[in-house]
Design a protein around this ligand. Structure first.
Ligand SMILES: Cc1cc2nc3c(=O)[nH]c(=O)nc-3n(C[C@H](O)[C@H](O)[C@H](O)COP(=O)(O)OP(=O)(O)OC[C@H]3O[C@@H](n4cnc5c(N)ncnc54)[C@H](O)[C@@H]3O)c2cc1C
Length: 393
């Protein structure tokens, strides 16, 4: 007999598990999440997991702000621990972007986000000894920080399971089944599951699920890296999370005595089925230069490793969160290296859409799939010069 589900979610990363959790929370009884490897096996498990509200548009800030409320009250809302640490967040921009930053901060304050613009001279209090010659302005968010991305996905999955969802790992969806323009189920190596609703949250591995349905979005898998540096002797200060747009770098504390840093190289396409998960030696040098260049106290920091993960870039660097293709199909596609921090709200919005017919937490129209076909890819008026980048744009 064919198995049935009310909703099948494909992918056990932060977005798939959040969607399964929120569907269960909204009372959907028979939710089945299918993950081909293990929970957090994709971008989520490799994520830097910065949780910041600062974006150069209000739509992504709204998603991040709704998500922050979940990260900060995770035990009550979801149960378990997402490892959130509210170390604060600092956005640094160059002289040419100081006015844009102040306008972005103003937009965020109107949304209710705790943030304020700082002058370069204010930074020494937060990052003593920081090099500010090339900084025009900064934004400070006292409530932001970072989380443990794997713990977040595990807890969302466990929260869903406690409410009756089935979480299956080691099960790859081979295709989404349709009939007469409607989703009818999914096919896996372990058999078929009949369902009227499917959510594709398969990260950099989404294309093989979309192409057979004739869905062709401008999505490209990218390999991105991080490196970790042990603090030098005598350095004990737990610093905030930072995005340094001048160096296209982002960093945050890792453990009790290290800093995790990524620098955006604007790297190109990589095959998500066979990519190198270790960090390139040349990349470590680039990270070391970016960290020491901004914060000379860190120049003697010792390299302690790193890794690489796969993200799916959309053509305008923003995710697609939408109903796609046949009736009954939804997608969280093109995470663009920035969709961990927004995963609580993304999952909630998708669940609302499936259950009530429309998302109510955040307006998802700006994230519609059709923007590319309409010739209206996303552009922010007040960006910091790196529209094609992910985290540090
Ligand atoms: C190095 C790095 C640093 C990052 N830093 C940040 C950051 O600081 N802040 C931030 O917000 N974001 C960051 N990101 C991005 C963030 O991690 C991702 O946007 C987010 O984790 C995407 O989650 P997801 O659930 O959409 O996809 P993924 O985590 O990629 O999950 C997709 C899952 O689907 C599974 N899957 C694929 N195909 C199938 C199939 N056919 N059947 C069943 N399962 C399938 C995969 O195995 C995978 O587990 C970073 C990413 C990387 C790699």
């Amino acid at each position: 007999m064919t198995r049935t589900a009310d909703v099948v979610v494909i992918g056990g990363g932060a977005n798939g598990t959040s969607t399964a959790f929120h569907l269960s929370l909204l009372g959907v009884r028979n939710v089945v999440l299918l993950e081909r490897r293990h929970l957090a096996a994709g971008a989520t498990g490799k994520s830097g997991a910065l949780v910041r509200m600062h974006y150069t548009n209000e739509h992504e800030s709204r998603l991040a702000f709704e998500s922050l409320k979940v990260f900060r009250n995770f035990g009550e809302i979801v149960g378990g621990d997402c490892g959130f640490e509210g170390v604060g967040f600092l956005q640094l921009v160059g002289h040419g972007h100081a006015d844009a930053l102040r306008r972005n901060v103003e937009r965020q304050r109107k949304l209710g986000i705790a943030t304020r613009a700082l002058a370069p001279g204010d930074l020494a209090e937060i990052l003593p000894g920081v090099q500010t010659r090339d900084i025009g302005a900064a934004a400070w968010e006292p409530d932001s920080g970072f989380a443990d991305p794997s713990a977040t996905a595990f807890a969302f999955a466990e929260g869903a399971r406690r409410r009756g969802a089935t979480i299956e790992t080691g099960v790859e969806v081979q295709r989404v089944l349709t009939e007469g323009g409607r989703v009818t189920g999914v096919e896996t190596r372990a058999g078929r599951i009949a369902t009227p609703s499917v959510v594709v949250a398969a990260g950099a591995w989404s294309t093989p699920l979309l192409s057979p349905l004739g869905l062709d979005y401008p999505l490209t898998p990218h390999r991105i890296q991080v490196s970790i540096f042990r603090w030098p002797a005598g350095f004990t200060r737990r610093h905030p999370a930072v995005i340094d747009s001048v160096h296209a770098a982002w960093w945050r504390p890792e453990g009790t005595a290290s800093t995790l840093i990524g620098v955006e190289l604007g790297s190109g396409h990589a095959d998500p089925e066979k990519f190198d998960e270790s960090v390139d030696a040349s990349y470590v040098g680039i990270c070391h230069a970016a960290l020491g260049g901004r914060w000379p106290l860190m120049s003697p920091a010792l390299m302690r490793g790193g890794w690489a993960g796969m993200i799916m870039m959309s053509a305008d660097g923003r995710p697609i969160i939408d109903r796609i293709g046949p009736d009954g199909l939804w997608g969280m596609l093109g995470d663009s290296g920035t969709s961990f921090k927004t995963s609580p709200a993304i999952g909630r919005c998708l669940a609302e859409w499936i259950v009530t017919g429309a998302p109510s937490t955040v307006d998802l129209h700006p994230f519609r799939a059709s923007r590319f076909a309409e010739g209206r890819p996303w552009q922010d008026a007040d960006h910091y010069g790196g529209q094609s980048l992910t985290i540090s744009r």
